[in-house]
Design a protein around this ligand. Structure first.
Ligand code: ADP
Ligand code: ZN
Length: 432
């Protein structure tokens, strides 16, 4: 089912017109209500009247997380505080959290977009949605919650953690959709396995996972353990939260709610806009947001855009799965590598459990990358030689695929800490 056929299947030209109109209104509103934007636009010599359509968006200034931090907490608000009905904050993965305000209309828009996302992920009002994202300042829990209610599905607002209870309630209530981070989904899957519950014995049919990067190989592992079809949901608190985009039944990219968030891809170094299909940094502009509209917000997430009509019937642009943020990229002796690339290589090996940790250190003037990875139990009962062989195999494979040398340490299952929320897989000691 398509939740909002008018907006999700619109003719591209008509969509561009709507986006243009909405952009004009937004620019005028921030110019008059947010001193930060007025000043920026004045410095650039532009006025709201210079924006006549969506193509003029490139005339506008960018906004960064740093700008939000400098205007902490309420400096970016475009409405009186009495209009604000909820505050959220980003998880603070990369530093001090940022505060985001929402008016009633913004919260309705949030619910609408998550309802669209759940439908794209093949959910219906007959589903029972176990929301195991954290509830609180983090947008995951409340976001999925409001969207599932809007759709008319049944919500189990259990929040993250307490895996035993997750499993009991899942089995007793007959939850058909699990919504959480992929790393937590994996953890739930492992706990089910330990209890002797096979994927197909759970009532689950769909997973709606996001809030952190995950690879196709990870997806396959999770699907097998939980006996589900797993969908990817993307979002960030500054723009809204989960539901900015989500995969549809085709799972060939995530459809963006582009009648609310206008996407662009830029080169993060030159800040030039790239062509459709090119990979670069994803940038969003709010075109309907009331409380705190952001112009050309730099997400730091690396993706690309596909404007082709999708076989599901939606015409909304699709973004490629995000495999990392530009700030996640590790530079190891001059070679650029994303942790997700290492994950992909690792998960192709059947001996390995999908839990790993990367530690980067500097020894003298050299970068050293250490990899801690869990291997299956049986290896630890085998001869040392087997372990040595496996270690070499991992090292060689990473060297040949990614061109970097890595120090491998094999550890027993469950050595690496499990998370309820976003997994932390990299410790870069060079930054201290
Ligand atoms: P923080 O930026 O502090 O982590 P958020 O909770 O707002 O705070 O997280 C948003 C970020 O999470 C995104 O910018 C992106 O890096 C990551 N993210 C969210 N959903 C996905 C997804 N499906 N795939 C990859 N990364 C994701
Ligand atoms: Zn589609």
């Amino acid at each position: 089912m398509i939740w909002n056929e008018t907006m999700e299947c619109m003719d591209r030209e008509q969509m561009a017109n709507i986006q243009g109109e909405r952009l004009k209104e937004t620019v005028s509103r921030v110019y008059h209500n947010v001193p930060f934007y007025r000043k920026k636009m004045q410095e650039m010599g532009i006025e709201p009247g210079d924006i006549n359509g969506i193509e003029d968006i490139t005339k506008l200034p960018f906004t960064t997380k740093q700008d939000l931090r400098e205007n902490y907490p309420y400096g970016m608000f475009a409405v009186p505080k009495s209009e604000i009905i909820r505050l959220h904050a980003s998880s603070g993965t990369t530093g001090k959290p940022t505060v985001i305000g929402h008016t009633r209309k913004d919260i309705d828009m949030f619910a609408e977009n998550v309802a669209r996302a759940i439908c794209a992920a093949e959910g219906t009002r007959d589903d029972i949605v176990q929301v195991a994202y954290g509830y609180g300042l983090f947008t995951g829990g409340l976001g999925l919650h409001c969207g599932a209610e809007k759709l008319g599905a049944t919500v189990v607002p259990i929040s993250g953690g307490n895996t035993e209870k997750q499993i009991t309630l899942m089995m007793d209530f007959g939850s058909t959709i699990l919504a959480c981070t992929p790393s937590y989904a994996l953890h739930v899957g492992e706990s089910l396995y330990e209890k002797g519950i096979k994927g197909n014995d759970t009532p689950l049919r769909i997973g709606i996972f996001g809030a952190e990067p995950w690879t196709d190989n990870m997806r396959a592992k999770i699907e097998e353990k939980l006996g589900i079809k797993a969908h990817n949901i993307y979002g960030l608190s500054e723009i809204m939260g989960p539901g900015v985009s989500c995969t549809c039944e085709k799972r060939d990219g995530m459809h963006i709610a582009e009648d609310h968030f206008y996407p662009e891809i830029i080169d993060p170094d030159t800040l030039k806009r790239l062509n459709a299909g090119d990979t670069g940094e994803l940038v969003f502009t709010h075109i309907t947001k009331e409380a705190m509209p952001l112009l050309r917000y730099r997400t730091r997430d690396i993706s690309s855009l596909n404007y082709d009509k999708c076989d599901c019937g939606r015409t909304n642009v699709r973004m490629a799965n995000v495999h990392g943020r530009s700030d996640d990229m590790l530079i190891i002796r001059g070679v650029n590598v994303f942790p997700s690339q290492i994950e992909n290589v690792l998960l192709e090996m059947s001996e390995i459990e999908p839990h790993y940790m990367l530690i980067v250190e500097r020894e003298g003037t050299l970068d050293v990358l250490r990899l801690m990875v869990e291997v299956q139990e049986q290896f630890f009962s085998d001869e040392i030689r087997e372990l040595e062989t496996l270690k070499k195999k991992i090292k060689n494979k990473i060297q040949s695929v990614l061109g970097i040398s890595v120090d491998v340490k094999l550890v027993e299952p469950k050595t690496i800490e499990r998370t309820e929320g976003k997994a932390k897989r990299v410790i870069d000691k060079r930054k201290n």
